[in-house]
Design a protein around this ligand. Structure first.
Ligand code: 5RP
Length: 265
């Protein structure tokens, strides 16, 4: 592996543990002003030091993240649709490699929609990104997305999608947690990080699927809403960091989260 590629991967996946905590704040690229991400600068400022890297668009990076805070960045480079449009799957590459280099990012991320009408277009996006970015030593993270078809998230489908992503050259694959998660990680030659999952206010539920996913071979997470839509984002992020990097269990992570505020009224 070339030195630049190796260095960037080491920046987002610290070699001390070989694990990674990516904080996802890219949602606005198709959801607009998502709840609690209306003002991204405020949402992320206390979370940046806890995560290993931010998954973010160039717009939010420039407008909301001070360069002086020196976060590691995984730049979202695919997009082109919105939640109110006819489809979420028909993405294209929306960022040139020169822009990623100008921004000094550590990696880029591209969504693929395996099994959708736009399977070929999005897999070609991934392959094109790998061709373009590997040239400059920039790793590509593939995002196995399902659009609105959330029921697709089982081990059979996700292992297929992750394997294809790795075959096309993704250096990291981001996918959903599911039952029997080892079926996904064991058949994917690239490291796997766990994405989102259902939005829940219960941090214990989040810690439980992350602990399970790591025990079954994931190297970490790329999580968003279950952190910054929680009443204690710093507590949840700290608990996740302890699970990912320190081998903490669910109870230890829960001890880092503040008690739920009393209901109003
Ligand atoms: C949105 C994404 C997000 O990065 C991913 O879904 C993780 O965010 P969340 O935990 O909020 O689901 O790729 O397209």
């Amino acid at each position: 592996m070339d030195w630049g590629m190796e260095r960037r991967l080491a920046q987002i996946i610290p070699p001390t543990t070989g694990k990674a905590f990516f904080l996802a704040v890219d949602h606005g690229y198709f959801l607009g002003p998502t709840r609690m991400l209306e003002r991204p600068a405020e949402t992320v400022k206390d979370l940046v030091p806890i995560a290993d890297a931010l998954f973010v668009t160039r717009g939010v990076l420039r407008h909301a993240i001070p360069a002086a805070s020196a976060p590691n960045v995984i730049l979202r480079i695919s997009g082109g649709n919105s939640i109110v449009g006819p489809t979420l799957e028909n993405e294209t590459l929306v960022v040139d490699p020169e822009e990623a280099i100008r921004l000094g990012v550590q990696a880029v991320g591209v969504s693929i929609f395996v099994g959708s009408e736009y399977e070929k277009a999005t897999l070609t996006n991934l392959a094109t990104a790998v061709n373009q970015y590997e040239r400059y030593g920039i790793p590509v993270m593939a995002v196995t997305a399902v659009g609105k078809e959330l029921e697709k998230r089982d081990a059979r489908y996700l292992s297929l999608a992750c394997r294809i992503a790795a075959e096309l050259g993704a250096r990291v694959v981001k996918t959903y947690w599911c039952e029997d998660f080892e079926k996904v990680t064991e058949t994917c030659p690239a490291p796997v990080v766990i994405a989102g999952g259902p939005k829940t206010d219960d941090a214990r539920e989040v810690f439980a699927f992350v602990r399970d996913g790591i025990d079954r071979g994931a190297i970490g997470v790329n999580l968003g809403r279950n952190i910054w839509q929680h009443y204690d984002p710093v507590g949840v992020a700290s608990g996740l960091r302890a699970i990912i990097h320190d081998g903490a269990g669910v109870d230890e992570a829960m001890a880092m989260v503040a008690p739920a505020p009393a209901p109003v009224g």
